[in-house]
Ligand binder design. Structure first.
Ligand code: C2O
Ligand code: CU
Ligand code: CU
Length: 563
């Protein structure tokens, strides 16, 4: 069965390239401001001619809106899960409290709303959000769930860079999918069909000037070797967590899953011409995921795009816009990275291959230890600067990702990383049989209960256990005082609009849930802000329970009435 659909896909690919039937690149809508409502649901979308594809969508029919944040704002998210399964939404790349992070511990059960908020301190760059439900991440991302986040700040805004979204500043979400013969997504390591912004065989018209493309590799496993069909030089201006000091001219860039780059391409004077952005994956070998040849001996890894060059976007150059940017800036910013002399902790992590059950073929682990929900693998002190050495002993590259921080790559196999990797990063892909080192500082947020994750961003590896968790410890360590928990102040009660809740002794609330009389959690508020009140206006009239937890894990249950 697998074999048949794979051959069909090859036939389909051949038809596409011969007929050059292009579809217009879909550009996700944007949402701005400081309050964001995101509703996750099962839906469907016309991906291929004929039957529609069952997808996961956030506010729309696939993927989600692009959220526009300004550095310095406090953003409030209201994430409602209307899927049949529990999920989470992780804010990939953001520096925020662990309880707002959206990792595997911040579950959003079906029919409930999660309300995290945080102050945006990240640099201007493109980040993203996606499900992080342990053992279901690959499946939920494969449905098309996720979204982009663009952060703007004063440094970036002052530069002569293109920033008209969808005009000269174009997001490119790269992933491939396998379809069955009823046009449904198949969960597989690799797809046979490339999609860009979930558009198959995409084309787009850009103005004849400098254009910025913001690329995200959202494939669950495949790497892409990005370049242009005429081998022109393009300029990397940004990495995962911010701008580079200066644009770096390249003709190729290899992106692992989860990675972002911002590039500039100059189409000045090229009105009327066409050019393709390509994945030059024929240069890969099978030590890079997606570099397995089409006839690779392990059937699970066979796919129609394996070790081939294929198109990402057909670019048509149109007329120049008013106020066009027509040259590549020579400098961007001055990044100050952590000094290795200030590091107080050195850690080494190794990536190992594991053989046989319970692990699926091709599975790897970090330090031979599978992820376990209630085991904390590492403790980091608040304020510590640390050097992490990643040693990949497996026969394939892994894109390592860590939550909470953006880091700086110190070296790859003892040599400095290439200039285009000398910016803020949260993904570091480590080739087979090599090492890489990064430095990071763990500031601002500590948590006595919830950890952050580090993992391989190949979703299949992560789900199979190639993940660990660390807490950023608060000092002194919290002590439980189970016998001495204060009551709650709840007013007004009954209430119909806003409800104000606090501990009688004013201790901070760590997490507050609103539960109905059947025991279902309807709303989750991590660290609700004092004084702002909870919006209960959408609750039907009735009796509800407040489950309120303090910083030490003590829990108080009390009733209130929605009239
Ligand atoms: Cu993009 Cu832990 O994830
Ligand atoms: Cu992340
Ligand atoms: Cu991996």
């Amino acid at each position: 069965m697998k074999k048949i659909s794979y051959l069909l896909a090859i036939a389909l690919m051949a038809t596409c390239s011969a007929g050059a039937q292009y579809n217009t690149l879909w550009i996700p809508d944007t949402l701005g401001g400081t309050n964001f409502n995101l509703t996750i649901r099962d839906t469907f979308r016309q991906m291929l001619p004929g039957q529609q594809t069952i997808t996961g969508g956030i506010n729309g029919s696939i993927w989600g809106p692009t959220l526009m944040f300004n550095r310095g704002d406090t953003v409030h998210m209201h994430v409602t899960n209307n899927l049949a399964d529990t999920t989470t939404i992780h804010w990939h790349g953001f520096h925020l409290p662990a309880v707002m992070d959206g990792g595997p511990h911040q579950t959003i059960p079906p029919g409930t709303t999660w309300n995290p908020y945080w102050k945006v301190t990240n640099n201007a760059a493109m980040y993203w959000y996606h499900p992080h439900m342990h053992t279901m991440t690959e499946e939920q991302i494969n449905m098309g769930l996720g979204g982009l986040i663009i952060v703007r700040d004063n440094t970036e805004s002052a530069l002569p860079l293109p920033r008209a979204y969808g005009v000269d500043d174009i997001p490119l979400i790269l992933t491939d999918r396998r379809f069955d013969n009823t046009n449904q997504f198949v969960l597989s390591h690799y797809g046979d069909t490339m999609t860009t912004n979930f558009t198959i065989h995409a084309q787009y018209t850009v103005p004849a000037q400098v254009v910025r493309f913001r690329l995200l590799n959202v494939a669950t496993e495949r790497f892409y070797n990005i370049g242009f069909s005429d081998n022109r030089t393009f300029y990397v201006v940004g990495s995962d967590g911010g701008l580079l000091d200066t644009p770096v001219g390249v003709t190729r860039y290899t992106m692992g899953p989860g990675e972002r780059i911002e590039i500039l391409a100059n189409f000045n004077g090229q009105n009327g011409q066409s050019i393709d952005i390509m994945a030059f994956n024929s240069t890969f070998n099978n030590a890079i995921p997606g570099g397995e040849p089409v006839n690779f001996p392990v059937a699970d890894f066979q796919n129609a795009l394996g070790q081939r060059d294929f198109m990402i976007l057909h670019v048509n150059v149109g007329p120049q816009t008013a106020n066009a940017i027509t040259s590549i800036p020579s400098t961007l910013t001055t990044n100050v990275f952590w000094n290795t002399a200030t590091a107080t902790v050195n850690r080494s992590l190794s990536f190992n291959t594991v053989q046989g059950p319970p692990y699926p073929p091709g599975a790897s682990l970090i330090d031979n230890t599978p992820f376990v929900m209630n085991v904390i693998n590492k403790n980091v002190d608040l304020g510590a600067t640390e050097i992490w050495t990643l040693n990949n002993t497996t026969n394939v590259a892994h894109p390592f990702h860590i939550h909470d921080v953006e880091f700086h790559i110190i070296d790859r196999n003892g040599s400095p990383a290439p200039a285009y990797e000398q910016g803020w990063k949260d993904i570091l892909w480590v080739p087979s049989n090599s090492t890489a080192k990064f430095i990071a500082k763990f500031e601002d947020y500590c948590d006595s209960i919830y950890p952050y994750m580090y993992h391989c961003h190949i979703a299949f590896h992560e789900d199979a256990g190639m993940m660990g968790q660390f807490t950023v410890g608060c000092t002194p360590t919290a002590v439980k005082d189970l016998n001495n928990i204060a009551g709650l102040d709840i007013h007004p009660n009954p209430a119909s609009d806003k409800l104000y809740v606090g501990f009688k002794d004013n201790r901070p609330i760590y997490e507050l849930d609103i539960i109905d009389i059947r025991g279902k959690t309807l709303y989750k508020y991590p660290m609700p802000q004092k004084g702002s009140g909870l919006d209960i206006s959408k609750l039907p009239a009735g009796i509800y329970v407040l489950r309120v937890q303090d910083m030490n894990g003590n829990i108080k249950l009390e009733k209130f009435v929605r009239e």
